[in-house]
Design a protein around this ligand. Structure first.
Ligand code: AMP
Length: 588
């Protein structure tokens, strides 16, 4: 098959007219003020995401429409906008009864079950801040985030509580309430120190009045990882919904009668912004698959649920590619009309695979926890250049910056200049801070420009191409992983003197996590110790964050100021040039 460098769009190929077709005109005519008016606002003034996402539909003709179809081991649970609204009101009432104040943090540590969605939306409705955590995290990442986020309330299952928290609860003096829900298919037995949420919900009122929050009130806290130090809690406000609404229109082409499936877990920002908020704002029906990846089941879901818009990730696409186009061809995706992907670079091969296996190209898009919503995307409105992340959406000003000799950032004027991707501040879903870390937040900006930490280039047609991260942060299976967190967990093992962690290119995961450790006196490298360390890291961190490989080294390369040179570890591992090693300890 001939694969030209560009996939042309023609209106004739769309079974449903796309939301937009003229990139330049739409960008020129766009204003965030006009976008703000696509939301209703609270009746007496103010803005609350839960009102826009749920109440608004429940109070009107959308009441009976399915908001979610939960696909669990025991069948499908349908929740209409009306029922969702009642459940959220109850959860809001429960929080009020527990004395939870506006702005307090309500965390969830749950699989993709209905209670997760009700807790997030109910917390927003209450004026509290919702913080969904990834349920596959091990105890360390969970406790670290609960402590940093100053959690007042945690909603989790009995088994997750017992496995991940029970023994560490005394590290969380601010955590006042743990509400447990039954594990899917089980009865609930609330462990000591926890409350059975179902009991509270049973007697809760549905008449609780929604909190009158304002556009700039904190709504969501999403943790993200940096190269050094603890994870950072990115603060988002209720106004982020304006961007979720607009990007749902432009980047995901959502239409009111869509059956939409976002495969991301709400423990990661995509699963919240585009697995909960954006589809509800648009009043569409979302599929939630409670199980883990399985090629055969995923194809069945696309076919049987008649999914029309699918938002997934490169790792999943690579796994489907591995399963073979033949498997895809056993299914018919007659309803599917738009496919998008985010999280890591999407190779041109994957875009073409979409054409072969699904009959549709995959639209790569780019954003991050900090941006809160999609910034750069391939959309229905213009041709796709496979391998490119696409073009900035209406309302988004993106550019490439390079540093001057005096350290100031200069916007590159020539196409194809390699530099850092930057965005002009001012879009509604931009993070408003890192919780309790003003200095780190300030460092992300140079004047009006937000510096993304990604290296990219922009071609003469305005398409952006991802090059690499500017730092040592690892992207594995679409999850951003801070090497420091992994190193810290390894260092807790008595045999480990120092640890350095890198991401290594991996066929399906994008990057796999590899650790290098040097041992304390009295310990010697052995396969048994390697297995023990791998097990130790897995127990502490959870499988998604733990290293898959560990090598022993007599000592790790450090800079003279004592920082482990991960860049050098990586270059040596991959057989690449070692670059500038003038700051390496022991060099003269
Ligand atoms: P997160 O904050 O976990 O959503 O991760 C954001 C980071 O993921 C970005 O800064 C990029 O490094 C990477 N990323 C997201 N989308 C893409 C994409 N389409 N292509 C390449 N990298 C991406």
């Amino acid at each position: 098959m001939v694969r030209p460098a560009i996939i042309r769009k023609s209106l004739a190929e769309f079974p449903v007219a796309p939301n937009w077709t003229d990139y330049e005109a739409q960008r020129a005519g766009f204003s965030w003020d006009a976008a703000r008016r696509t939301l209703a606002g609270l009746p007496g003034g103010g803005l609350n995401i839960a009102h826009e996402a749920v109440e608004r539909h429940a109070a009107g003709s959308g009441r009976e429409r399915a908001a979610f179809l939960f696909l669990g081991a025991n069948g499908v649970r349908r929740i209409s906008y009306g029922e969702l609204s009642r459940l959220c009101a109850r959860f809001d009432y429960v929080l009020a009864g527990l004395g939870v104040a506006r702005g307090e943090r309500v965390f969830t540590l749950l699989g993709r079950q209905p209670e997760l969605y009700v807790a997030v939306l109910g917390a927003l409705r209450h004026g509290a801040v919702a913080c969904p955590l990834f349920s596959a995290f091990g105890p360390e990442p969970v406790v670290t985030r609960l402590a940093l986020g100053e959690a007042s309330v945690l909603v989790t299952t009995e088994s997750l509580y017992r496995r991940k928290l029970e023994k560490l609860r005394d590290r969380l003096p601010r955590l006042r309430h743990v509400l447990v829900v039954a594990d899917p298919g089980e009865d609930c037995h609330a462990p000591p120190g926890t409350i059975d949420l179902a009991r509270l919900m049973e007697t809760a009122s549905e008449q609780q009045a929604i909190a009158v929050t304002q556009a700039e009130d904190m709504a969501l806290l999403h943790f993200t990882s940096g190269t050094t130090g603890t994870p950072k809690g990115a603060v988002h406000v209720h106004e982020a919904a304006v961007a979720h609404m607009a990007t749902g229109t432009y980047a995901l082409d959502l239409h009111a009668d869509d059956i939409y499936w976002c495969t991301a877990d709400p423990g990661w920002v995509t699963g919240t912004s585009y697995g909960i908020i954006a589809p509800l704002l648009h009043g569409v029906t979302s599929i939630v698959d409670e199980g883990e990846f399985d090629a055969q089941r995923w194809y069945r879901i696309l076919e049987e649920q008649r999914v029309t818009v699918w938002y997934t990730a490169p790792t999943a696409i690579r796994m489907l590619m591995k399963a073979g186009t033949g498997l895809a061809r056993e299914h018919a995706f007659g309803a599917l009309r738009f496919v998008a992907s985010v999280g890591e670079p999407l190779n041109p091969e994957a875009v073409w695979w979409g054409m072969e296996a699904l009959g549709l190209p995959i639209h790569d898009n780019w954003w991050q926890t900090e941006t809160g919503g999609i910034m750069i995307a391939n959309t229905p409105a213009f041709d796709i250049k496979p391998g490119s992340m696409g073009r900035p959406l209406p309302g988004i000003d993106a550019c490439i910056v390079v540093k001057d000799q005096d350290g100031a950032h200069r916007v590159a004027s020539q196409p194809d200049t390699e530099g850092e991707l930057a965005l002009r501040r001012g879009w509604p879903s931009m993070f408003r801070g890192y919780l309790n870390n003003e200095e780190r937040y300030r460092k992300c900006f140079d004047g009006e420009l937000y510096l993304t930490g990604d290296l990219a280039r922009c071609d003469a047609d305005g398409y952006f191409w991802f090059i690499a991260r500017a730092d040592d942060v690892i992207k594995s299976a679409g999850h951003l992983i801070g090497p420091f967190e992994v190193e810290s967990a390894l260092m807790e093992h008595p045999a480990v003197a120092e640890a350095g962690v890198i991401g290594k290119p991996h066929e399906t995961l994008g990057e796999s996590i590899k650790a290098f450790v040097s041992l304390r006196a009295g310990y010697a490298p052995s396969d048994a110790l390697r297995m023990e360390l791998l097990g130790h890291a897995r127990t502490r961190l959870g499988a998604a964050v733990a290293p898959k490989e560990i090598d022993f080294l007599p000592s790790l390369p450090r800079t003279r100021s004592g920082k482990i040179m991960r860049r050098l570890l990586k270059a040596r591992e991959l057989g690449l040039a070692e670059g500038d090693t003038s700051t390496l300890e022991g060099q003269t």
